[in-house]
Write a protein that binds this ligand. Structure first.
Ligand code: FES
Ligand code: FES
Length: 199
């Protein structure tokens, strides 16, 4: 089938791409635009590794046609930044601080889901967060640290909004050696800076 040229709005920029109408958004973003934070896991919409934000909501890009994304605001981890200072977001900082990254395969998907959750501006409880992340799977089973990181990111947002919010006591929050934090930060920045050696 011949390809047609369409425009996608990705990470704040309009990008022209030649696509087959049957092509998934995963294929276009990763193979054409080299946004390698997006990972291929199950390919059937079950694991969330291929998540992207479409108009602020997480979508499994493996089961979403590229042509459907025209006119929508597409965000991947490469496009995340703190709008106030250009730094990485509170969500990314908390994933590092709470050691919510192990092999890192699921991390971009979880980070985007966390951005969606925090962006709802609601004081979600730990149980509600667990429910909200059921579409994302971590093969390293690091769920407790991921939930803790999301709770802390919500706390930062609630503080900015002036809404009282207490992070539930956790057994998973601990001090990580500086060298390990440094390594995690490099991994997160490599994802953000589209380093294909980390794909
Ligand atoms: S790869 Fe898309 S949901 Fe698993
Ligand atoms: S950190 Fe390895 S899959 Fe989640």
């Amino acid at each position: 089938m011949s390809k047609k040229i369409i425009t996608l709005h990705v990470n704040g920029k309009d990008r022209e791409v030649a696509v087959d109408e049957r092509e998934s958004l995963y294929e276009t973003l990763r193979n054409e635009l080299r946004l390698t934070s997006i990972k291929k896991g199950c390919e059937v919409g079950e694991c969330g590794a291929c998540s992207v934000l479409l108009n602020g909501k997480c979508v499994d890009s493996c089961i979403y046609l590229t042509v459907w994304a025209q006119g929508k605001d597409i965000v991947t981890v490469e496009g995340l930044k703190d709008e106030t200072n250009g730094d990485i977001t509170d969500v990314q900082k908390e994933f590092i601080k709470q050691a919510a990254v192990q092999c890192g395969f699921c991390t971009p998907g979880f980070i985007l889901k966390a951005v969606e959750i925090v962006g709802a501006n609601k004081p979600y409880t730990r149980d509600e967060i667990k429910e909200l992340i059921t579409g994302n799977l971590c093969r390293c089973t690091g769920y407790m640290n991921i939930v803790t990181a999301i709770e802390h990111a919500i706390k930062h947002n609630m503080d900015k909004l002036g809404i009282p919010y207490e992070v539930a006591p956790s057994t998973t929050s601990f001090d990580i050696p500086d060298a390990e934090k440094e390594k995690m930060l490099k991994d997160v920045l490599a994802m953000q800076n589209n380093d294909v050696t980390k794909a």
